[in-house]
Design a protein around this ligand. Structure first.
Ligand SMILES: [Zn+2]
Length: 335
């Protein structure tokens, strides 16, 4: 539930979007209107010569044993199955969704993306192509493998161990072939390789125990918000249960908790036990120690956590529970 950054991957994927995805959508629509195949000069002329070079490299990539299973062949099959009017709207839709994400807004879906294009984006462009070395060579950039994506993400964020989505589990993505999509590729296929939509997370958050391929109407992004500071935790000692709730007036944070099933996941007995032993350890370490301000107490508690899971839950508890005994009251009469 930290706010995270991802400048290295975002820069690489921005180039991919501008030099490959956007021109590809134009060529797909143009080829369908012209009734020609995507690899032909007639279809390609709609984009600049440098962009044609990247597309030609992509179209040559083989996706299987047969020569007919190239990326170009998949594109031709996809547009053949799609409606001309639908294809014509994709470039505008892509630009609008990308602009929404960069502005910190939830991307709005205004056009139904044809099923064949959903499959192309999801299974082929994300599934097989975005980490293909031939694409990156054509772009004049070093290849971005999935392993490298996770490594860049970790490095940019100072090698955190906890999952940025949940603060409940260890980030399990080193060497992982799975990249997490905040807005799922089945519903937002045009954003399946957008740097603002991709994250490293734990397995639980990415799978059915977390968000799976669902989405909600309003959703806070960890690229824009430190969600851990926009929630309240309630400690139910009788039930031995930790409750997490969005602060009032934050439907985007409420959506986030719902989507990642964090109310259910935080309420588990194992989480309570871990939380409880952590706060006992902090109380023990404090003894008679006094802090000049609440901020100093916060800093101490966060340091004691050493980046472990549940840092936000423990820090939230410490602010309320430890303040009276361990933070000096400001002297009266002082300005
Ligand atoms: Zn997680």
């Amino acid at each position: 539930m930290r706010k995270v950054i991802n400048p290295t991957n975002k820069a690489l994927l921005k180039t991919l979007g501008e030099e490959f995805i956007a021109p590809l959508l134009e060529v797909l629509a143009h080829a369908r209107t012209q009734g020609c195949r995507v690899q032909t000069p007639q279809a390609l002329k709609v984009v600049s010569a440098t962009r044609q070079k990247v597309l030609v490299a992509a179209f040559a990539i083989s996706l299987g044993k047969s020569n007919r299973k190239t990326f170009g062949a998949r594109c031709n099959a996809a547009i053949k199955a799609a409606d001309i009017a639908d294809l014509a709207k994709l470039s505008g839709e892509y630009a609008a969704q990308v602009a929404d994400l960069r502005a910190g807004r939830n991307p709005q879906v205004t056009v139904v993306v044809p099923k064949s294009i959903v499959a192309l984006c999801k299974d082929i462009i994300y599934g097989k192509l975005f980490d293909h070395k031939d694409i990156w060579t054509a772009l004049g950039l070093p290849p971005l493998t999935r392993t490298q994506f996770h490594e860049n993400f970790r490095q940019d964020n100072g090698y955190p161990s906890t999952c940025p989505y949940c603060d409940l589990d260890t980030m399990n993505s080193e060497g992982s072939s799975v990249v997490e999509h905040l807005f799922p590729k089945s519903k937002f296929p045009l954003l399946s390789v957008d740097g603002y939509n991709l994250f490293s997370s734990c397995w639980a958050c990415n799978g059915p125990a977390g968000k799976g391929n669902h989405t909600v109407a309003q959703l806070a992004s960890p690229y824009d918000h430190e969600v851990g500071m926009l929630v309240d935790f309630k400690h139910d000692a009788a039930q031995m249960k930790l409750e997490i709730v969005a602060q009032s007036g934050r439907p985007d944070v409420d959506g986030y908790l719902q989507l990642l099933q964090l109310q259910i996941r935080y309420a588990r007995p194992g989480v309570w036990n871990q939380f409880n032993s952590r706060r006992e350890a902090i109380v023990e370490s404090l003894q008679q120690r006094k802090f000049a301000s609440l901020n100093e107490l916060d800093a101490y508690v966060v340091k004691q956590q050493k980046g472990a899971v549940l840092t936000y839950a423990v820090a939230h508890w410490a602010r309320a529970a430890l303040r009276p005994a361990h933070v000096k009251r400001p002297r009266k009469g002082k300005p």
